[in-house]
Structures are given as C-alpha cells and as structure tokens.
Design a protein around this ligand. Structure first.
Ligand code: AHR
Length: 494
C-alpha cells in the first residue's frame, strides 16, 4: 500500500531555491564548448556564451552557479583570467586530462554568464595553492565600489560597476585534491583565509567552508567544533557510483536491474548522510544558522567509450532521472539544514543536464527532472508522512517511493514522486489535510527501458508528457505511477 498524508495547510520551512543549483568546472567540455565558445565562434553566442545552452538553462530558472571548480579551483589563479584574452597566461589543467587551459573564460565571463542566466554566482576560492592576499583581492576586484587597486583594475578591464558576489567557498575538497589536509589544519586555515573574505560596500558574502567527503563525520565534527562561528555554510560532497570501485564505476548506459537497484539504493544514502552530518551540526549549531551545502552531487560512471578519461563525459538515462528525483526530494525534506545543492555538472560532465556536440545540443532526462521540480523553488515544505511498498530484488529491498511536497506563494501544492520499481506500477493514495482539492494537473517522465536516453539522433526519446493517471475523491488524490517514473503534480485548492 502506498499512502501519503500531507498537512497541506502547515509547514514553516522554505525550500531554498538554491537547492536547485548547478556546478560548472574547467573540466573536459563543460566550460569550453559547453558554455563558452568565444567571440569568434560560428555557433550563435552572446559575448562568447552559447545561446542555445543559455536559453535551455534559463528555462530551468537556475538559481545559483558554482565555479571554477572543483579540484580546478585550488590550482586556479584568478588574475590569469582577466584582461585581454590574448595576453592571458596559460596553465596546465593537471586534474582533468593535463590539457592546456588558455584562461579565456575567467571572472568577467563567468559573471556575465550568471547575469545572462539570472543565476547568483558562487565562486570557490583557492586555498590549496593560493595566497590569502590573492583570495582577498579577488573579492575586492569583484565587489568593491570605491577607489582601490583591485576595483581600479576591474574598471581598467571594462567593468565600472562592482558585481554582487553572494556566495564564496574557501577551498574545495581540502581533504583531497585541495591540499590533502587534516581537518584540524584546514579548520585553522579556513579561519585565517575567511578573515580576509570581506563583505565590501553593499555586498554581503555568505562564506562556505570545505566540508566532508561523504561519510567522513570526523571532518564535520572538527570543522563545526573549531570554525562554525566563522562560517555560513559547510559543504558536503557525495557521488553515486554504482560500481565496486573508482576503477570500475559501471557504464552509464549498459546495466541490468542489479545495477539499477544498486544505483538507486546508493542515491538514497544521501538521506542518511544529510541526517548524520546535520545531527553533528545540531550539537554545535542548534539554531541551524550554518547551512549544509551539498555543492557536488550526482552520478559518476565510467566515461563514454572512446572519450578522454580525464573529461568525465557520460551519457544520462532514465536511471539518472530517478537519481535526480530522489536526491532533490531528499534535499527538499531536509530544507531546514540543506540550503543549497549543486549538481555536478551542468554541461558535458558527469550527471549533465545538457550535452553538446559541436553546434548541436540535447537535454538529458536529468534536465527534465529539474524542469519538473522547479516549482519547489522557494516554496514552503509541507509535512508529508509516507507509507509505501518495498521494491525488492533478490534479498535486497528499499522503499519503492520517493516523495516531497510543497506549497508555493500562490497557494498551489506541488508533489513530486518517484517510482523506483522498474517493472511494477504504483497505486498511490494521497490525503491532503486542511484543504479542499479542486483540480490536479501533472507531468510524467518515463520510458520503455531503464537505460533509455536522448541522443543527437533521437533527442526527445526521454521527455516529459502530460500525466492523466490521477483521480480526485474529496481530499484525496489517487494516482497510478508507471514503473520507473518521475511524476510532478500541481494541485489546485478550492
Ligand atoms: O566534479 C568532479 C570533481 O569531483 C571535482 O573537481 C572535485 O571536487 C570532486 O572530486
């Protein structure tokens, strides 16, 4: 039996729109080709930023974009990416394929992209190999409206007005690619570096400390104990890797039901991670002032055959749509502590929303889930109790449904549901307490096989369609979810 009970007239927690955030790194074809084609490209663009991708992303109402990495961030020296492109020095992108980075996409180009998208910028600074001064000057360059060396340099580079910089990360994965540090050492460095990340003029910087890798609870413990009072957010990174090891992560498109099950089960682990890290944070910050920022999440498979292993290019199937739907439901449910999340990554890398091939562009099943879920942005989370059937495979089992619900500013109720079972539909009875239901509309994302995906030859194989499988009975909405589906319902109240 699948039964939801939603207290539709209650709820106090806002689902921060930035839970629907993105991440774009200088990695493979994410920035170059995916977002930036340069001023002289034949591909239609606005100041070098490709129009088709920008338009597709605008449709999603991307709230926030994290840049420039990732591991790249702790080797990036921002001053190499300003001024005339021809005079910008090159560097080696050591983490991602050892390719030469020409720095043609830098601070101005990133902030221009954010302006075009209507997204807030989230810049990750270099603590691993950069200086305190460098970090301090980057913030000054971007945000200071008075007369100063950095503000004057910005003006000399063509930008009179400062930009708003709402979010700043003080290093990335400093337990690994960002310097291989112990939490005690990083906590001290965080305290030092963040001192110079200043809120200048009218710009208020929300400072994000590097948080744990998946279930490294000790990292969270130490950071909260030693540095919580100087941070606004603590990051968490967790990737869904179905294979047994990093050397055998599994194929993005060739998998059986065992791997389907494993992938979804591993994506559900996000719930345990968020709960446990949040419990530690509660001890030091019972008022929940410090946000948990899941600024890297998504699936990570073996790269597509024939592509550069350092470019992390993978296809995206209906399975990824389920991972996205499950993860976003989890973030919504924990919106009291999770106040930003950034899928890795926006274009052509890992669980991408968009894939490009020269001038061609397609959207992935994951893209469609973000489109279907965007109504949750800034809505009020509704208390929802779920009783559901299990999805069992052999002697393994997990909940067959993933759900979250919200009420937006217009009073519409949004319910997103995932049926994890790839062979059986799910009859769902949903009771909405405290309101009278007038009308229900919805959309569904599903396909005829677990590994269905969009290609440049068949770009709309997996796309949402209208969902007609709902019935109204007083306060109750009944729905029949197809196997392996993501459904978004909009419920109008009388
Ligand atoms: O998203 C790819 C990489 O994964 C990022 O650069 C790094 O932060 C993480 O390990």
């Amino acid at each position: 039996m699948n039964r939801l009970t939603i207290d539709a007239d209650q709820g106090t927690t806002r689902i921060d729109k930035t839970i629907y955030g993105h991440f774009a790194e200088h990695l493979g074809r994410c920035i170059y080709e995916g977002l930036w084609v340069g001023d002289n490209a034949a591909i239609p663009h606005t100041r070098g930023l490709r129009d088709d991708v920008v338009e597709a992303l605008r449709q999603l109402q991307v709230p926030v974009l994290r840049w420039p990495g990732g591991c790249f961030a702790d080797e990036y020296h921002w001053q190499d990416g300003i001024g005339s492109p021809a005079s910008r020095p090159t560097m080696i992108n050591t983490h991602w394929g050892g390719v030469t980075e020409n720095n043609h996409f830098g601070t101005h180009e990133f902030l221009d992209l954010c302006d075009l998208l209507g997204a807030e910028p989230y810049i990750c600074g270099n603590l691993g190999s950069g200086t305190v001064r460098e970090m301090q000057q980057w913030v000054e360059y971007i945000t200071f409206d008075g007369v100063s060396p950095m503000a004057n340099l910005r003006r000399a580079n063509g930008r009179e007005e400062p930009w708003r910089l709402p979010y700043f990360g003080v290093g990335n994965e400093n337990w690994g690619c960002g310097g291989t540090m112990r939490p005690e050492y990083y906590a001290d460095l965080y305290r030092r570096y963040q001192t110079y990340v200043r809120s200048l003029g009218g710009n208020n910087v929300f400072k994000i400390a590097c948080g744990p890798n998946r279930d490294d609870y000790q990292w969270t413990e130490v950071l909260m104990r030693e540095a919580a009072r100087w941070m606004d957010g603590l990051s968490l990174h967790y990737y869904t890797v179905p294979g047994a090891s990093w050397h055998d992560k599994g194929s993005a498109t060739e998998f059986d039901e065992e791997e389907w099950f494993t992938t979804l089960q591993k994506s559900l682990f996000m719930d345990e991670l968020v709960r446990t890290h949040a419990t530690i944070m509660d001890r030091y910050d019972p008022g929940k002032r410090v946000a948990l920022i899941v600024d890297e999440w998504g699936t990570w498979y073996d790269v597509e055959p024939g592509t550069d292993p350092g470019f992390l290019y993978q296809q995206n199937t209906l399975r990824d749509a389920l991972v996205a739907g499950i993860s976003l439901n989890i973030f919504n449910q924990h919106a009291d502590r999770v106040r930003m999340a950034n899928i890795a990554q926006t274009v052509n890398v890992l669980q991408a929303l968009i894939l490009t091939d020269g001038p061609r562009m397609i959207t992935t099943p994951t893209y469609h889930v973000f489109d279907m879920y965007k109504a949750h942005q800034d809505a009020t989370l509704l208390p929802c109790r779920v009783t559901c059937d299990s999805y069992a495979l052999g002697d393994r089992r997990m909940d067959g449904l993933s759900v979250s619900a919200s009420r937006d500013a217009e009073g519409l109720i949004h319910l997103t549901l995932c049926n994890l079972h790839p062979r059986e539909g799910a009859e769902v009875t949903c009771e909405l307490r405290g309101v009278a239901v007038d009308e229900v509309a919805g959309s569904v994302l599903t396909a005829d096989s677990m590994n269905a995906h969009n290609t440049f030859a068949d770009p709309h194989r997996v796309a949402p369609t209208d969902f007609g499988e709902t019935r109204l009975h007083g306060q109750q909405v009944n729905a029949t979810l197809p196997p392996m589906s993501v459904v978004a319902l909009t419920i109008h109240i009388a």
